[in-house]
Write a new protein. Structure first.
Length: 347
């Protein structure tokens, strides 16, 4: 049983710095593309046997210290009653939520009834992994999820989202209350099904000035984490919560108040500087630039050393990229990265 990841989340001593890679289950792996060639993305998410298989692929191939269940942050949008599809090369498409009528039609779903396939995937994975590495569950943060729901997909400047926030704050709040309740129940269901850590992805949190981030994004995350912690306490459980925000550098003092056990840091700030601003006695995850995997191997190794050195000033460090691995990355470079982290951090 490899428990370095869970130990590091708790700030306990470990024999090496654990490492996993955001988006480790995905298109850079030929074995993922082989399955994806036969099934569309949503079918893969909704078929526990397929989702479990692609979750384990990077564990086998990369020797990472944690598995992250294969799914997507937009699964709950469909469960709330919104149409969702993934178009080839266009990313996610949703029917935009922009007025009160549409918000009123959304509901807070029972996760087992509407997203049972995710919990089935987790239950299957716990059996198949059999303690080999811990399993991470996840959800999008309410704000990041809401941007897709409001924009109807990916966006450049989030105009419709900010228009709703600035011009109809009451509507935004009533919408966010539903999204927040959905995500809270969804994460509880994942933990009850066997997720051993959960990560909340706030990829787009960095599009705000800090005051807007606090009010329109962070406050909902704080509520989720507080609810989760109280619920876990009642069950005698303490599953670590990781909070990842894109464009972290401008928001370090904010994320410090999130209530998370582990702070995910992107690559646009030196890890030791982030740790210092977080107060030092913290657990961080990150933060190599994902495109460093295109450098010559010895240059990548220099950067890995640098991140490990800077990370050593925290109570705990989980090595990761500062954002997801991109599909064009050669798998052998990702394998080499994991090997470097293990070798260079061995105590
Ligand atoms: O990390 C993992 O390996 C677990 C699986 C996972 C996926 N998406 C699979 C996926 C996770 C954790 C996510 C999170 C996610 N999804 C985020 C937050 C993290 C981040 O990367 O910013 C966001 C914003 C999404 C929404 C999403 N899903 C978009 C914008 C897209 C299209 C763009 C893209 O990367 O293709 C997806 C599709 C998606 N999610 C794919 C995968 C493997 C590619 C689908 C395919 O195979 O065609």
């Amino acid at each position: 049983m490899n428990d370095t990841f869970l130990k590091a989340c708790k700030g306990e001593e470990v024999s090496h710095t654990p490492v996993w890679i955001m988006r480790q289950a995905g298109r850079y792996l030929p074995e993922y593309r082989a399955i994806r060639g036969k099934a569309d993305f949503l079918t893969m998410c909704k078929t526990p046997e397929l989702a479990a298989e692609v979750t384990i692929q990077p564990v086998d191939r990369l020797n990472v210290d944690a598995a992250i269940m294969f799914s997507d942050i937009l699964i709950p949008c469909e469960a709330m009653g919104q149409n969702l599809s993934f178009e080839e090369n266009r990313g996610p498409m949703l029917d935009p939520v922009r007025d009160k009528e549409t918000v009123d039609k959304l509901f807070v779903p029972d996760p087992e009834d509407t997203m049972g396939f995710v919990m089935d995937t987790i239950r299957l994975l716990r059996k198949e992994l059999a303690g080999r590495v811990p399993l991470i569950g996840f959800a999008g943060a309410p704000f990041t999820t809401a941007t897709y729901m409001i924009e109807g997909g990916t966006s450049k400047n989030f105009l419709n989202t900010k228009m709703m926030i600035y011009q109809n704050p009451a509507l935004y709040k009533s919408f966010m209350d539903k999204v927040t309740a959905t995500i809270t129940e969804y994460l509880k269901a994942q933990i009850a099904a066997g997720a051993q850590a959960v990560q909340i992805f706030d990829t787009w949190g960095g599009i705000f000035c800090p005051a807007d981030f606090r009010k329109h994004a962070l406050s909902y995350v704080q509520k989720i984490i507080k609810d989760l912690k109280e619920w876990m306490k009642g069950r005698g459980e303490s599953v670590p919560v990781i909070y990842f925000v894109g464009s972290t550098a401008g928001l370090i003092e904010e994320i410090k108040t999130s209530g998370a056990d582990v702070y995910g840091i992107d690559w646009k700030i030196d890890l030791d500087a982030a740790i210092k601003r977080l107060g030092g006695d913290v657990v961080v995850q990150g933060n190599l630039d994902p495109l460093s995997l295109f450098l010559p191997k010895e240059k990548t190794e220099e950067r890995v050393k640098d991140v490990l050195n800077r990370g050593s000033s925290a109570r705990g460090h989980i090595f990761n990229l500062g954002h997801g691995v991109v599909p064009q990355t050669p798998p052998e470079n990702v394998i080499a990265l994991v090997e470097m982290v293990h070798r260079l951090s061995a105590r």
